[in-house]
Structure formats: structure tokens, C-alpha cells
Design a binder for this molecule. Structure first.
Ligand SMILES: NC(=O)c1ccc[n+]([C@@H]2O[C@H](COP(=O)([O-])OP(=O)(O)OC[C@H]3O[C@@H](n4cnc5c(N)ncnc54)[C@H](OP(=O)(O)O)[C@@H]3O)[C@@H](O)[C@H]2O)c1
Length: 186
């Protein structure tokens, strides 16, 4: 996800107006449409929390398009939500079982699109192999955190750093697997 430098992915009320920043970093790379297209092609399916889905529906209703193309998109929810396209599927229940039992055998690159509740849950359950964290050149003071309340430390390996002309810095971390008392990776 993309976060403010102070670690928020949205304002408390869900607004992401601050994502439009106006910085310029002369030494940065340019994110071309071809680069974005090639990158999106590497993603096989999306998983997201219901509040992120509701934001995506709002954007679509405002004419801003659907960000997840024609890729299968799994929305985690215990509620009845509107379904505007065939590629969207709702899921409720145990997340680890769903990801390991249903998604991993079918998809190579599973992209957790957010938000903060789902990203924390994903790390807490030991489901994430990588964390992609993009920092935007802005501080917003308060909001929804990138990782909502983790209950333990998660050790990471910094695998890649990229800076863009827009002033955004993209960090890619690999999650260093933690072993429980029985030696199982979590
Ligand atoms: N800056 C960015 O790059 C970025 C990216 C993504 C999202 N966002 C923003 O983040 C905000 C949403 O984040 P959020 O943390 O409030 O909510 P979220 O993670 O999108 O959704 C959380 C909801 O998903 C449902 N859920 C079902 N199973 C779950 C599970 N195993 N773990 C966690 N949640 C589960 C629950 O709702 P039910 O009541 O439906 O069961 C839960 O309240 C939005 O404003 C969105 O725009 C920003």
C-alpha cells in the first residue's frame, strides 16, 4: 500500500485525497504506463478487506474506474455487499485456511491490496512473504495505520528500494519466517 511518512493509509474517515502529492525528486525514476502495465501483469489475484472494497466501489461510482482489472478479486467480509462484476467473490471465515487451502494452489502471486486491518491480520497469521510499502512525501497527522495493531514483532529483510520523480519511495521487504515451539513457520 501507499502510506504517508507518518504511516497512515487513509484519514480516519477513509479519505485518501492526500495521495495526490506534488513533490519532485530530480534523481528519481519515472513510473511509465508500460512499467505499471508490466507490473500489474505479474499479479494473479487480489485479496482485500471490505472497507477497501467499499472505497474501490466509491471510486468506480465517481467515474475513476476499477483498479483491479479483470483479475479475480476476493473480498473478506461477514456482510452482504453489492457485487458489481463477475471477478469479485466474497469470503468469510478463517483467513489462513482460505489463503493456504484455496488461493495458494490456484494463484502464484496473491496481492493483498489492504487495508490496515487485513494487512495486519495477514502478517499476524504468517501469510505474507513480502511487504510492499510506498512512502509518499506528506505527513497527515492521524489516520488508519498501515498495520493495525500487531501483537508481536515481525522481522523483515530489506530487498529493494526505489525512489521516483514524484518523491515516492517504494520499499520491498521479505518477511523473515518465525518458527513456533514445534518448529513450524508462521
Ligand atoms: N493508501 C493505500 O494504498 C490504501 C490501500 C488500501 C486501502 N486503503 C484505505 O484503507 C481503508 C480501509 O482499511 P481498514 O483497515 O479500515 O479496513 P480493511 O482492512 O479494508 O477492511 C477490514 C474489514 O474487512 C472485513 N474482514 C473480513 N475478514 C477479515 C479478516 N480476516 N481480517 C481483517 N478484516 C476482515 C471486516 O469487515 P466486515 O464487517 O465486512 O466483516 C473488517 O472490518 C480505506 O479507507 C481504504 O481506502 C488505502
Amino acid at each position: 500500500m501507499a502510506a504517508s511518512l507518518d504511516g497512515f493509509i487513509a484519514r480516519k474517515d477513509g479519505r485518501v485525497d492526500w495521495l495526490e502529492t506534488s513533490d519532485e525528486f530530480a534523481g528519481g525514476d519515472t513510473m511509465t504506463p508500460d512499467f505499471i502495465k508490466a507490473f500489474l501483469e505479474t499479479i494473479d489475484c487480489y485479496v482485500m478487506g471490505s472497507r477497501t472494497y467499499e472505497t474501490a466501489l466509491r471510486f468506480e461510482a465517481q467515474g475513476l474506474g476499477w483498479a483491479y482489472g479483470d483479475k479475480p478479486t476476493f473480498v473478506l467480509t461477514s456482510r452482504e455487499l453489492p457485487r458489481t462484476r463477475d471477478t469479485v467473490e466474497f469470503h468469510s471465515g478463517e483467513l489462513a485456511q482460505f489463503v493456504n487451502g484455496r488461493l495458494r494452489p490456484a494463484f502464484r502471486t496473491i496481492w493483498f491490496a489492504g487495508g490496515g486491518a487485513v494487512s495486519a491480520e495477514c502478517l499476524r497469521l504468517g501469510l505474507a512473504d513480502e511487504v510492499r510499502y510506498s512512502i509518499l512525501p506528506v505527513l497527515i497527522g492521524d489516520g488508519i495505520p498501515f498495520f493495525d495493531k500487531l501483537d508481536r514483532d515481525i522481522a523483515l529483510h530489506l530487498a529493494e528500494v526505489k525512489a521516483y520523480k514524484s518523491g515516492m519511495v517504494e520499499l520491498r521487504y521479505e518477511v523473515r519466517k518465525h518458527r513456533d515451539e514445534s518448529g513450524n513457520a508462521t
